[in-house]
Structure formats: C-alpha cells, structure tokens
Design a protein around this ligand. Structure first.
Ligand SMILES: Cc1ncc(COP(=O)(O)O)c(C=O)c1O
Length: 1006
C-alpha cells in the first residue's frame, strides 16, 4: 500500500475494514507485523485525532500492561500526518498496531470469569485515565451518558407503543434519579465504547479465554466515569438470560481495579437501562433515515430483548446485588436492624404460646438432603409433606416443629419457583423465613411493636395463604418489616392497615390446612429490610445464585426468636468447605470430578441434586442401573436391614434365591455363584479361580484395561501400571493390543478385523503353551475405561478359541456393561456370541449398594474348591441379596433392556445428526445406553481433542448435565446413564451439546 510506504515506511498488503465514517485498513507488513491504518473522513477535526493519539499514548505509559492498540509514529516521528490522497481530498492519517482476537459479540461463551476480567480491564483503564485531560475530550456526543435525554425528541421513531413506554420508563428514571445526582458522580475522560464489537477475546488450548484488548477510541470523551462500566454492562447482557448476574460480574471486576462509590453503584441500574434505551432509539432513528442499512441496526433486536429483561428487575434489588458484587454490605441498614433484632430478642413465649427455646420444640430437616423426605419427589406433595411433618412432630413429643431459615428445599412446586421446561434450570429453593408448625388456631403475638402494613386475606401469588406484614423501626428510625404467612383469615378481618400493634399483642392466628393449600398448619415468619415495592408478592424462597443478597434482605428471624443454634441439626455443607475438609482428612489421590466439584446430596431417577437443589441430568453413572433411589430397591434394603443382616455361614433364603435368579439369566454352563462386595473383589476372586484351574499365574489382558484397585488387579491393568505412579509390567502379565477399530492396529472397513485382532491373543497364548504355561485371558466385553470400545465382530469368539486351544481360561469382566445396558443383549459377552468360563459382575448389580458376583462353571468351581475355605464377610449378605433381587425385578418389570435399546437408538440418531455439523465428533459408537463420543481435532488424522473434551464435560456440568471422559487420551465422552433414561433426556443432552460445540473453546482447531 502506497500510503503506508510513503508515510510510515512500511511495506504491507491492505484490506479494507468495515466502518461507519472513516476509512480503515488492516495492514499486513512484509515483516509479519500487523497494523490498522486510519484515513479519517475529510470532515474530521484535527483535535479529535490528536486526542485519540494522546489517550492511547497516555495509556501505553500509565497502564502498559493493558493490551491496547499502540500509536505507530510516522517516518518523520509524528503521531498522525495530514496529507492529500488519490481522490484529491486532504486527510488525517495515522497508524496503530493491530490487536488479534475475536470480538466479544462473536465469542462464546461469556463466562463469569471473562466478564469479570472485562470489568477489571476497564477499571484499570479508567484508573489510568483519571490523570488524562485533553480539550477535545470535552465534546458533544450522543453516547455521553450525561446527555442521554436527547432521546426524548426521538421517541416517536419507536413505533410500537409498549416499547416506546419501556424507553419512556428509563428516560423517566434517568431524569428523576441520574440527573439530580449528576453532581455526586465522578467525571473523567473515558473510552466510552466498550460495546461487544469493540472488546476482543483470545483463547488457547486448555487455557481460559482472556480479554485481548479494546479497540476504537472514537467515542473517548469527558463524561460520567461510571458510564464506562454501564456501557460495558449494557452490551454484556445482550443475548443473556440472567442479565443481573452478567452485569454483576462486570461490576465486580471494575470495582476490584477502580473502586466505585455508593452513589455510582446506586445509579448503575438506571444508567445501564438508559444506555440500552439510547441504543434502541438511535437504531430506530437511523433506521428511519436509512431503512436498508444493516450496519446501523446490528444490535437492535438483542438490545430490545435485553432492555425488556432489564426492566423486569427490581431497581433496588439490582443495587443490592451490585453492592454485594463489590464486596460491600448489600443494604446499608442491615447491621443496624440486625443488632436491633438481637437486642429486642423477645421473651421466650413471644411469638406464640410455646417456648421455642426449650425442648418443647423440634427442628426439622426439610432440606434437599433430608432423610425425613428422601429422594422421591412425591414426598414433597403437600399431603405427604404434611403427614411427614406431623409424624416427626408426634414422634418427637414436641409441641412445635421448626423449619429452618436459609435451608435449600425442593418442596416448592408452584410455577413461580421455576417455570422452565428444562429440569436442570435453577429453581427457587432457599427458604428465607422460619416455619413454626403448630396447632391450627394458635394465637400469634407480635414479637415487636409495629404497624399493620399489608393484610392479604387470600390467594396471593407467593403461596403464603392469608398473611400480615408489620412495619417496624429501630431506635434510629431504620424501617424494616416482619411477615407472617399461612394465617387464619377470619381473625384478620379485625385488623386494618395502619393499625398499631403492641409488642406481645395477639394480632393473628395460625390457619388450618384448608386455608393454606393443604400445608400442615404453620406460621411462616420472615424479616424483611426492604419490601422492594412488591407488596404481598414478596418472595419467601430465593434462588441459590442470589442467596447472599436475599439473606441480607431477609435476615435470620432467629436473631429475634433466639432458638439455641445447638439444637439445629448440621445444615448441608457447601462444596468449598467440604473440599477443604476432604483434602485434610482423605487421601490426596482420591480424585474429584470437575473443575468446580459438586456436592451431591440427593438422587432421583436419572437426576442428581446438589446442596442448593440444582438438578443435574446424570448421563454417565452406570451404577444406578434402575435410577437413583429407586423405591423398590430402597424398600428391599430398608425392609431386610430392619429384620436381619448377617453372613453366608448361616442358611438364608435370599442368597439362594438370588443365585437362582442370576443364573437363570446366564447361559449354561455358568451355574455356580460367589458373592462379594466390589468389582475388584470379584475380579480378584475370578483370577484366583482361574489360576486354581490353570495352575499358572499368567494373565493376558488388553491395552488400556482397568480391572480394579487391588495389588493383583493393578498388575493386570495397563491403565494403571502404565500410568502415573505405575510400576513395571510383571513378567506374568501379557498385554494384547486392544481391538479398537477407530484408533487401533486395524481399522473399521478392513477385512476380518475380529480374527486379526484375536490372533495377537492367540500368539501370546500359544507362546505360553509352548513353555508349558496356561493363560488366563481377562477382558471386558466392551471396554469402557479404554474409551467405550465396541469390539469388531467375532473378536472374543476368536480370542477365546485361541486361549482355550492353548489350555487357558477366559474371564469376562462384565462390571461396566451387564444387566441390559446394551439394549440388544442382557450381557456384553452375548453381543460377541461367546460364553466365558468365568463371568464377573459389579457396579450396576446392586444399583449402588455394595454387591458383586462371580459366576463360573461347576468344573472351575470344583478346581477352586481345593480345601481352602472361601469366605467374604459381607459378600452375599441378606440385605445385598434382597437388593440384587429387587434390581432384577425392576429391570424385568420396567422393561429396561428394551428401553435401553429404544432410547439408545434415538440418542444415537440425534448424535449422528450433530456429527454432520460438528467436525470434532470423530466417532460415535456404542450400543443401547453405553455410548462414546470420540472427540478429534481432525477427522483424517484422528488426533484426539483432549482439552476440548475436558472443556465440553465441564461446560455440560455448568449446563446441568453430568458426563465424563475416558480412553487413553481422555478424549472420549462416555455416556452410560441409568436405564430409565428417556428420549426427552436424550434431546436435552443433544441440544446442550450442540450449543456447547458451537462455543469457541470447543472448536477442533484451537
Ligand atoms: C471393568 C471394571 N472392572 C472392575 C472394576 C472395579 O470395580 P470396583 O470399583 O467396584 O472395585 C471397575 C471399576 O471401575 C471396572 O471398570
């Protein structure tokens, strides 16, 4: 490009960049460096360019760590040059270094960490700009927040009335809140244009995305400092569901680098809304001038949507959230009210006639992990819940049962607690009051003097039944409220709003079951610092993600009631505390899943729940075969445990019945059973039996295999002995290549794969035979740890034939795949048309109750029965066998094998569709509900996409789906859900995976 060479002595090729007004070019110099050449519009003012150069030079000096474009001086040392160009016009021309990165608008996902970093970037920049001045920065600009009211004259451009009213609402807020407070706000030169097309992001393999800089300093102006943040937040929330959380992340980062004042935080809600309002009016105006120009209206639709979402927030709640995001007390008066409540802690019988501080009351656990309620959600149906509570009350002999404050509960089913169709979306679970379960009609006394503020007799949205809110004030005049829900409506008739209520005065009575939607009679008692103008519609239950703010808004009523904390059963621990304790108390190599570990406290069917009540779809736990907490399995275990649990040295019907049922499902000659407690114990026993038969120690195993954690099993598990901390392969262990037709020696599509792979096993067996040694061949029937492998046809048949011909014994490790999971067959070995000499069962056999089994032939059993007693203390105990029987019953009665086939086929079809769109899905394999997604960087080379696979499972977890990786490269996503998995679950998985695979860190070419 001639200009670059002439003015800046740079030889470069140039591409024009999109722009509204000036001519910008991307230059690639012959040296490889990249630049942006800016040829300004002829009408541009010199001061405007001078100011931009000065601001960038100031930032280069005062915040050199920020990646920002740098001004490249011209050949004669000037920041910009004025010259005549080809078309004869006189132009101001300057050159900047080029920043690499993807725009935030195009980059996905916007994690909380990335948004916080954006805030930090801008905070750091504004801190450096505090000391910057330039006359040209004092300019008239439509994006200057202080001047936003210009949109009033353009409101008519917004044709739809509801939208115009929405804009008007923020305009009104701006005029009543921001304008009068303008003098309180800091002013400085700001960049002023952190929109999502100006913010750049970079990312690399396995590393978190980072802000790579901001570009386009054309809106730099002297204005309201905090509007920098408001602009960034307004654009950050575009396209987001949880707009408040997104904005709060940006606020957190900004405040960390450049602390905000209370006044600034208080006006953020209005400023963010107003920035969006200016944007939509500006688009409407420009559209009216240039109806066809797409550039003008790029962000119009998302801006409207964001504005509509923003308008649904409660402004003061938003302020409290932002304060919390800044690490400030969300509500300034919180400490004063709390200390007032403590001071006024009423006399023991203050709120009702019972002494809540004595043994006369019992504290109930109604939390997510409550064993009183169990996993079955029907326990939360009102009638069941009420009878559980009444039962617990009766059993304790107490007069009052207390329901805890700040308890995460899954008992709320009304639509307002969560209306999403996606079962893993966050619901409201955190209880903000204390419940007192008492006799209906129990009189209530005002614990503090107050004034009746709200009286609602019936049918109010938050499901409190008839309710009263009293208004109070501290000695210093700080106003707060107490709320009493589930009252008797008749007695409320006598009260009127504004009526003074004395401390200790009986002002209401607890309602009966009918008045409270079937709930056991109780009082819901809540303290509220700010009613948020919501009237009787004030929530009593909050989302866990907003827990800390709601807890300040509704502090612990026990400050007033003073029920001794020692009487509260331990509340659910949060994940961070548990992780710390675990690190301290348990072995360091006990691994924990996910970058953000989960604290799971409840399971039901194919769902697991963390301590906050968030549901996760479990797509990889093959152990809960028939679903978590299956009632028939639970009843079997509980029933037998309440009667007898001993060992196999006594005769007991369960063990015999279970052996009968299990062998009925197995082909002859597998007829003799041994029961133990884990897959490892079973494999260990199977190897002992095989050795008793062969008289030799030699074991042939497959590459990458895992068979258990005992000494012998580590020795026969290449996954372990070849991995970190492993010791050398023992001379009696022989490893054959795994018959993996996607990554192995011979690939899908070639001839006779099964026989060719099996020949390797044959070779080893034959070599041993020649040395008069007989081998034990131990292999999974569909290897899971090795990467969800499906053997080629006839592989096991051929391998077994070779081993047996050489006098060996074949063990099938069915620990992962047995019991109908494969859909087509009940056992993995059946899919290969073989019958092993010894079969080993574990994991799903007891639906997570410790149970495992070895089943073999009479001949091997006899060889094993060589005089040494076999005894496993817990193996085959009556409870384990009762559980095993129940599992088999459920698999049969609920047609789970058939379901695995049906849903598995449906899921595979959905995944095959995805594979058409996502190059990273190299191979999709498996059968029934045993599937694997082999992620590759390149379908031709099949290079494993390991960091991407790890990214995908962690993102799935964030989106409420639990999956894991397997395979020697940890790039295979394993899918092995409980067999009750439904087509709707498969749909949820496919849709979620589809959107994650579109995210930048999941791209194969990272
Ligand atoms: C194939 C296989 N065999 C045996 C075991 C060992 O079972 P457990 O952990 O119950 O001892 C496992 C466990 O992951 C396994 O995957």
């Amino acid at each position: 490009m001639e200009i670059a060479r002439r003015l800046f002595a740079i030889g470069a090729s140039a591409h024009s960049l999109p722009g509204e007004y000036d001519d910008n070019f991307h230059l690639r110099a012959t040296t490889g460096s990249e630049f942006v050449l800016k040829i300004m519009h002829p009408d541009r003012d010199r001061g405007f360019v001078e100011m931009q150069c000065a601001v960038l030079q100031h930032l280069a000096k005062n915040a050199p760590e920020l990646p920002l474009p740098r001004v490249v001086p011209s050949a004669d040392g000037q920041a910009f040059v004025e010259t005549k160009i080809e078309d004869g016009s006189k132009r101001l021309i300057w050159l900047l270094t080029f920043l690499r990165g993807k725009t935030l608008a195009e980059f996905r996902p916007h994690s909380a960490e990335l948004l916080e970093e954006l805030g930090r970037f801008l905070g750091r920049m504004d801190r450096a700009l505090e000391s910057f001045t330039h006359p040209a920065a004092h300019r008239e600009l439509k994006w200057d927040a202080a001047r936003s009211a210009w949109i009033r004259d353009y409101l008519q451009r917004v044709s739809e009335l509801p939208r115009r009213m929405l804009v008007q609402r923020f305009l009104g807020l701006f005029e009543t809140e921001v304008v009068p407070g303008l003098s309180l706000l800091r002013k400085s030169v700001i960049y002023g244009d952190a929109n999502d097309y100006n913010v750049l992001v970079t990312y690399g393999p396995g590393s978190a995305p980072r802000i790579a800089g901001v570009i386009d300093f054309g809106d730099t102006h002297y204005g309201i400092t905090v509007s920098e943040l408001a602009t960034a937040a307004a654009y950050a929330i575009l396209g987001e569901k949880d707009v408040l959380a997104v904005a709060a992340s940006v606020v957190t980062g900004y405040h960390r680098e450049f602390p905000l004042t209370g006044e600034e935080i208080a006006l953020l809600y209005a400023l963010i809304g107003m920035r969006l309002a200016v944007s939509v009016v500006n688009s409407a105006h420009r559209k009216s001038l240039k109806p066809e120009d797409a550039y003008v209206t790029v962000s119009e639709a998302p801006a409207w949507e964001a504005l509509e979402r923003w308008a649904k927030l409660f402004p003061r709640f938003t302020n409290y959230t932002f304060r919390a995001a800044c690490g400030l007390v969300p509500i300034a008066k919180a400490a004063a009210v709390e200390s007032y409540l403590k001071k006024s802690a009423a006399s023991p019988s203050s709120i009702c006639e019972y002494d809540l501080r004595s043994e006369n009351s019992v504290v109930l656990d109604l939390g997510v992990g409550s064993t009183l309620l169990g996993g079955d959600p029907s326990s939360a149906e009102t009638a069941n819940l009420s009878s559980a509570i009444s039962g617990a009350l009766k059993e304790s002999g107490a007069r009052v049962a207390i329901g805890r404050y700040d308890e995460a509960r899954l008992v709320y089913s009304a639509p307002q607690f969560g209306t999403s169709k996606n079962p893993t979306d966050e619901r409201r679970t955190i209880h903000l009051g204390i419940d007192l379960f008492v006799e209906p009609g129990t009189p209530l006394r005002a614990p503090l003097a107050g004034v009746a503020h709200i009286l609602a007799n019936n049918g109010i949205p938050q499901d409190y039944g008839p309710l009263v809110v009293l208004r109070h004030a501290t000695e210093d005049g700080e106003e707060f409220f107490t709320l009493y829900g589930h009252l008797a409506s008749a007695a409320l008739q006598k009260l009127h709003v504004g009526q003074a209520i004395a401390q200790g005065e009986v002002f209401a009575h607890v309602g009966d079951v009918h008045e409270n939607g079937g709930w056991a009679p109780h009082l819901h008692f809540q303290v509220i610092l700010d009613m948020l103008d919501r009237g009787a519609d004030f929530p009593g239950v909050a989302r866990a993600s907003e827990r800390s703010v709601w807890k300040t808004l509704s502090p612990d009523p026990n400050l007033l009631l003073q029920i001794p904390e020692t009487r509260f059963p331990t509340a659910a621990q949060n994940a961070e505390r548990l992780l710390a304790a675990r690190k301290n108390l348990l072995g360091g190599n006990l691994s924990v899943s996910y970058a953000k570990p989960l604290n799971i406290v409840r399971g039901w069917k194919q769902f697991l729940y963390d301590e906050t009540g968030r549901a996760y779809l479990d797509v990889y736990n093959n152990v809960p075969l028939v679903g978590h907490s299956h009632p028939r399995v639970v009843r079997a275990a509980q029933g037998q445990l309440s009667l007898l649990n001993t060992n196999t040295r006594y005769l007991h019907e369960n063990v015999v019945r279970y052996a009968e049922r299990l062998t009925e499902l197995l082909p002859a000659p597998l007829r003799v059973c041994y029961f133990v407690n884990s897959g490892s114990e079973a494999n260990e026993l199977a190897i002992r039996m095989a050795r008793a038969t062969t008289g030799c120690d030699d074991v042939i195993v497959l590459e990458h295999a895992y068979h258990g954690h005992t000494n012998t099993l580590i020795d026969v598990s290449p996954y372990k002995f070849d991995g970190p901390g492993g010791r050398a392969q023992k001379p009696w262990v022989h490893v054959a290549p795994i018959a993996d037709d996607y990554r192995g020696l011979y690939l899908r599509g070639e001839e006779n794969l099964g026989a060719r792979y099996a020949a390797h096993v044959g070779e080893i067996a034959e070599k041993l035979r020649k040395e008069n040694r007989r081998a034990t061949f131990l292999a999974e029937t569909l290897p899971s740890v090795a990467g969800q492998i499906v053997f080629p046809e006839k592989y096991l048949a051929e391998a077994y034939r070779h081993v047996r011909a050489a006098g060996g014994v074949c063990i099938a490790d069915e620990v992962q795949v047995g019991f109908g999971r494969l859909g087509t067959h009940f056992w993995g070995f059946e899919t290969q048309g073989v019958v092993p000499d010894i079969a080993v069962f574990g994991k799903p056999i007891g639906n997570a109750f410790p149970l495992a089994a070895v089943v073999t032939t009479r001949e091997i059993a006899d060889a094993f029965s060589n005089g040494m007693e076999f005894f496993s203390t817990f193996g085959g105990n009556p409870v384990a066998c009762a559980v095993g029987l129940a599992v088999l019953d459920v698999v049969r009665d609920e047609n789970l094998k058939q379901n695995a086939k049906k849903v598995g086929d449906y899921w595979l079809a959905g995944l095959a569709e995805l594979r058409k769109r996502h190059e990273i899905l190299g191979d999709i394999r498996g059968s029934g509900l045993f599937l694997g997604l082999d992620l590759v960087r390149n379908r031709d080379t099949r290079e494993p996409a390991t960091p991407q696979a790890s990214y995908v499972v962690n993102r799935l977890r964030e989106c409420g789906i639990l999956a894991g990786t397997d395979g020697p490269h940890h790039n295979v996503i394993k899918l092995r859900p409980p067999l009750i998995f439904a087509e709707s679950d498969a749909d949820l998985f496919v849709q979620t995976l589809d959107s994650i695979l579109m995210e930048d860190p999941a791209q194969p070419d990272r």
